[in-house]
Design a protein around this ligand. Structure first.
Ligand SMILES: NC(=O)c1ccc[n+]([C@@H]2O[C@H](COP(=O)([O-])OP(=O)(O)OC[C@H]3O[C@@H](n4cnc5c(N)ncnc54)[C@H](OP(=O)(O)O)[C@@H]3O)[C@@H](O)[C@H]2O)c1
Length: 317
């Protein structure tokens, strides 16, 4: 039986914790990415803290740090030895002229991770010259060869999701998930039909950037001193006016967090968990403190009233 803080992505048969862990930052320390404020030792501590808390579902991709994220995740898995569930992604880049390249890319990912199969393999984005139906055919081929245990997509709209779902159905394979941006500061999946389609088709909605890249932890505040690195320097959300705009939401979250003995990040993640049981947030964590904090988002629920207050404050941003 599926427990409160477990999820079964679609009809895939795989059971994962309701909260996953995104490991993009583990391999991308470029100035464009997440900077260099953390070490390989921090990553090991974060990895162990996740497993200690029962969070053993990790999301990576071949393009994160040019394969480095997969390589580091594989290293952590071998060093630690406890069982984990791994999701990775194929990038349908313009220099890939045929859908069959997916099979080569998959082999390279398996090698970097050091595993014989990937639990959830996803198409990273739909913007491609490749035929998306042919990509699903390749996914089915990999699935039938035992190299992947479940199939997902990412950044797909409703139409693209339904097409992928229908193509896989020809092979008797369910579409397990659609990974899209979803947070209290980015609620598009509620308005563009993706959340409804996930419910209708019984497909998991894997929510990426669920902390809005740190903004929803409450550590970037208007009028406070902090250093912005990487891509954040180009984001309006981190400007004074951007931060002023989200202040009322952060204050509402903070009040609830304090009353419940939780943190603002935990409230942000718990709101997603309480929203719908198709949703699996995958926050990133760069060190032990962040991993432990995020893991505290499971094992409890916002009350209906708390959920409503956060929900309303987020709509007003
Ligand atoms: N499919 C896609 O196209 C796609 C796109 C983006 C992401 N993703 C996936 O989603 C995962 C998560 O997304 P994300 O990294 O963009 O955003 P996120 O999870 O919203 O934010 C992660 C960042 O927030 C900060 N943070 C995390 N937990 C914190 C805590 N408890 N307290 C304070 N700061 C904390 C850290 O950065 P600082 O310490 O620098 O503040 C961390 O790197 C990625 O790892 C990746 O697997 C997928």
């Amino acid at each position: 039986m599926i427990q409160l803080d477990q999820r079964q992505p679609g009809k895939s048969g795989i059971v994962v914790p309701a909260l996953g862990v995104g490991v993009w930052s583990w391999g991308d320390k470029s100035t464009w990415g997440y900077g260099t404020s953390y070490t390989r030792a921090d990553i090991t501590l974060a990895y162990r803290a996740c497993l200690d808390a029962g969070l053993n579902f990790f999301d990576t991709a071949e393009i994160y740090g040019n394969g480095e994220s997969e390589r580091i995740l594989g290293e952590c898995m071998r060093e630690d030895g406890r069982p984990v569930i791994v999701a990775s992604k194929f990038a349908p880049l313009p220099n890939r002229f045929s859908a069959s390249k997916l099979l080569d890319a998959l082999d390279a990912s398996l090698q970097r991770l050091g595993v014989s199969s990937i639990d959830l393999y996803q198409i990273h984005f739909p913007y491609t010259l490749l035929n998306k139906t042919a990509l699903m055919d390749m996914m089915a081929k990999a699935y039938n060869a035992g190299k992947i245990r479940a199939i997902g997509v990412s950044n797909y709209n409703v139409k693209q999701m339904k097409e992928a779902h229908a193509r896989l159905a020809r092979y008797g394979i369910p579409l397990a998930s659609n990974q899209v941006h979803y947070s209290l500061l980015h609620r598009k999946p509620e308005n563009n039909g993706v959340l409804d389609a996930c419910r209708e088709l019984d497909v998991a909605l894997i929510a990426y950037s669920p902390l809005q890249q740190g903004l929803l932890t409450g550590k970037y505040r208007a009028g406070q001193n902090f250093k912005i690195i990487g891509m954040r320097r180009f984001m309006r959300a981190y400007s004074t006016s951007g931060l002023n705009k989200i202040e009322p939401l952060l204050q509402t979250m903070e009040t609830i967090a304090q009353a419940r003995g939780k943190t603002t990040a935990q409230v942000a993640l718990n709101w997603l968990l309480a929203k719908d049981d198709h949703i699996i947030p995958i926050p990133g964590a760069k060190n032990l403190r962040q991993a432990t904090d995020n893991a505290g988002a499971i094992g409890w629920r916002l009350s209906e009233e708390e959920f409503r207050q956060v929900d309303e404050a987020s709509r007003e941003v």
